[in-house]
Write a protein that binds this ligand. Sequence first.
Ligand code: GAR
Length: 213
Amino acid sequence: MNAVSTTRKRIGVLISGRGSNMAALLRNDCGGDVVVVGSNKAEAKGLELAQDAGIETFALSHKSFASREAFDAALIEQLETYRLDLLVLAGFMRILTPQFTDHFAGRLLNIHPSLLPSYPGLDTHERALNDGVKLHGCTVHFVTSVLDHGPIIAQAAVQVEDDDTPETLAAKVLVQEHQILPYAVRLFCEDRLQANGLRVSVRPIAPVIVKHA
Ligand code: GAR
């Protein structure tokens, strides 16, 4: 009989605020277990949500460190104690050093509120409206050392309407973020993602082979 691995992936999530994407990961079966939620802000609302769900949390303030490198080194050290298979940046509003992105290369995902490679960085909804785009959306991608860049796993688009404001557009995009993040994490946990340069393909689910005596 073929050996089937039943080991569930250990997932860490980093947040800086509300934590609604992290909550979407907890709500859905992503094929793995969120074992820790960390934040650079002790007051991040999402930490309370995680605690209420019985998930271990930690806060590590970047303000206690003299440099970006020192903070990232301490964050790596903290995260290493959880033996993570996957680390998800879910609204973690920090620019990461190459030292950090290299450490987690291939097991670091980010959700970003735009259709990358359009609108990396901040204020994505406002910038999209100012440009008059008709489609906007969100992206889940593998993280590289380049900000909001890396092999794209999933995207979802929304229509931009004449009366949209940055707030209404953000709300529409957020609904889609809560769909594609659990979806992408699940694909990762099922070992179905294969990156070839910037292109990611999704392996089909292996068929179950039933052997007859
Ligand atoms: C989300 O819209 C996420 O895409 C964005 O921050 C928000 C966090 O919301 N992330 C970035 O802008 C990262 N570049 P949440 O805390 O409710 O998940």
